[in-house]
Design a protein around this ligand. Sequence first.
Ligand SMILES: [Zn+2]
Length: 181
Amino acid sequence: MFKDEMRQTPNKPLPIAVVGEAILKQQAIEVRDFDDTLNQLASQMAASMEEAKGVGIAAPQVHSPLALFIMASRPNERYPDAPLMEPLVVVNPQIVLRSLQLEKGEEGCLSVPGQRFTIWRHQTIVVRYQNLAGQWQHSELTGFIARIFQHEFDHLQGITLLERSQMPEQKLMAQEGKPQA
Ligand SMILES: [Zn+2]
């Protein structure tokens, strides 16, 4: 009976917000209720991400104001060199430490269709977040996974690649990062 009910709840993909929509400019709201509604939202976010072949998706991208995102790095058409990881639901994230060392890389965004940007990110970050059960997690991320985290974290501050790529420190990093030869 229970299984049948589960099967009748489709993980229906949700429409993805694109730049220009107000939800993408808002500061996300802390998740307080770790309930079925949150589980359902996470499932539908995962479905939307898979359908669009993304490696991450933040709640504001599916028109929800809540502070959560999913990371799911895996090699695909858009990111052939991406490492493989199990999809990870990240709720109420914080970046506790950022490495001084920076790395540049190409990024796209489901909400900025058809565009790629070269973005400088911290190579390593130490993060805290809650899982879907509300338990606090702590981990150190590096490379592409750290990049996804920083990209999705930006979405929760109302920042897309359009704003990030225009920030003065991006240009400064580009100058400082230039080879000396
Ligand atoms: Zn994005």
